[in-house]
Write a protein that binds this ligand. Structure first.
Ligand code: ACO
Length: 428
């Protein structure tokens, strides 16, 4: 028999079913609570609230486990590439050889942007944040493909998925070129996904450019590690927007904005700014650890702590190793790496951080690698968005396929004034 939890309220007994996931996680199904009791649940930040069941990503924050469709992140990091991982997330299994070949081919064929899209860039200021450009241009794609946006039509959805995955690197690279005043570099479909992106970012028409394979490999790794993280802020945003049957471009554009915030994807930019600040302050790491410990000081160590991980973020462990390898191969000496390692060493022995279970998260080392590759700091969150795109798509697709899904519409407990009269302006 399925487990149930019994609740006594106003002299009435209510049985609430317990739902158990495949990894043994348990959740109380309150979907009929209001109907049965007149009450709702109140859970700011949704700390205890499951918004859906999902078979995409399993995350155990206490044990530091992350798996996409059952496959541990460590294995994907070692053996997969970004487009294969994207396929896995979106379609639920690793592609067979021919499936993968056609997936790569179709993505490669859609890398170009409509020429008119380029005109949008003329309107953006030179110093526009590339996250704003990314979201605006993804939203604008829906104006170019009006005949294929029905979220209930599998063919429309499929072509939109391909367009998004293919065009986002081009959109991102153009936003960087715009900030430099350099000409846009068209995609080169002879190159694989990450190499093509690197070329669009860093080549100029006046000089030859060859992709450094170490850098392309590092980018695949970073994108794989960022590709999904179950119901985080931006993914929940994509689901919520999509639940109104907004098209995929609109839903993903909203997800980009949600990711931008410094408490979410924007943290990778903040980490580097923090490390620069510490370096400019004579590398006084202890001072900043003390500031983070001080209850009266709002300062936080960026790249530390996570809503779900109360243990080492497994992605941070992989990136810490990759950081040494990439910087070693590129021959880059970055004093920020030493500062980051000192912070980690001090924080991991400090009672404050240990008692609050604050460990380095994925953003702690990703920024250092991006910086070594040559990405400007304001592109870091864009890179996160590029990596997270398959996750957003997978969740949007899963939600649309679920017959039980309703439009997302949380309730509230009203705490404002009770009914009162309108007072004319001269009498106020
Ligand atoms: N530095 C110092 N103290 C911290 C930090 C930190 N980085 N993170 C949390 N704390 C403290 C809080 O002050 C709070 O203390 P209190 O209990 O005395 O009030 C306690 O730890 C719990 O923190 P919350 O903010 O309540 O935890 P929550 O789960 O809501 O927040 C978050 C998680 C937002 C990631 C937080 O740890 C943070 O702000 N970290 C820095 C920003 C960052 O790195 N974000 C990237 C997250 S990873 C990602 O999005 C990919």
């Amino acid at each position: 028999m399925n487990a149930r939890v019994t609740m006594d309220t106003d002299g009435k007994r209510v049985d609430l079913p317990v739902i158990t996931g495949t990894e043994g996680e348990r959740g109380l199904d309150v979907s009929r609570l209001r109907e049965q009791t007149g009450m709702i649940t109140l859970d700011p930040g949704y700390v205890n609230t499951g918004s859906c069941t999902s078979s995409i990503t399993f995350l155990d924050g206490d044990r530091g486990i992350l798996r996409y469709r059952g496959i541990p992140i460590e294995e994907l990091a070692n053996r997969s590439n970004f487009l294969e991982t994207a396929f896995l997330l979106i379609y639920g299994q690793l592609p067979k050889e021919d499936e993968f070949r056609s997936f790569v081919e179709v993505i490669t064929r859609h890398t170009m942007l409509h020429e008119d899209v380029k005109r949008f860039y003329d309107g953006f200021p030179k110093d526009a944040h590339p996250m704003a450009i990314l979201s605006a241009v993804i939203g604008a794609l829906s104006t170019f493909y009006q005949d294929s946006q029905d979220p209930t039509n599998p063919e429309h959805v499929e072509i939109s998925i391909h367009r998004l995955i293919a065009k986002v690197p081009t959109i991102a690279a153009y936003s960087y070129k715009k900030s430099l005043g350099q000409p846009f570099v068209y995609p080169d479909n002879a190159l694989e996904y990450c190499s093509n992106f690197l070329r669009m970012m860093f080549s100029i028409p006046a000089e030859p450019y060859s992709v450094n394979p170490t850098i392309a490999k590092a980018l695949h790794l970073l994108f794989i590690l960022h590709a999904d993280h179950e119901q985080n802020c931006s993914t929940s945003t994509v689901r919520l927007v999509g639940s109104s049957h907004a098209n995929l471009f609109a839903s993903v554009a909203a997800g980009v904005y949600a990711l931008w915030g410094p408490q979410h994807g924007g943290a990778n930019q903040k980490v580097i700014e923090m490390l620069e600040r510490i370096r400019a302050d004579d590398g006084n790491v202890r001072k900043y650890v003390e500031m983070a410990r001080d209850k009266n000081n709002p300062f936080r160590l960026f790249g530390f702590g996570h809503r779900v991980y109360k243990n080492y973020d497994p992605r941070a462990l992989i990136l810490k190793k990759a950081c040494d390898e990439v910087l070693g191969t590129l021959g880059t000496q970055d004093p920020l790496v030493d500062i980051a390692k000192q912070i980690e060493e001090i924080a991991l022995q400090d009672d404050f951080f240990l008692s609050k279970k604050l460990y380095p998260n994925v953003d702690f080392y990703s920024g250092i690698i991006y910086k070594a590759i040559g990405f400007p700091v304001n592109m870091f969150t864009v890179l996160f968005a590029m990596g997270r795109l398959p996750g957003w798509i997978a969740h949007w697709r899963e939600m649309m396929a679920d017959p039980k899904v309703k439009i997302g519409r949380p309730r509230q407990i009203y705490t404002g004034p009770t009914q009162r009269e309108y007072v004319a302006i001269e009498a106020r």
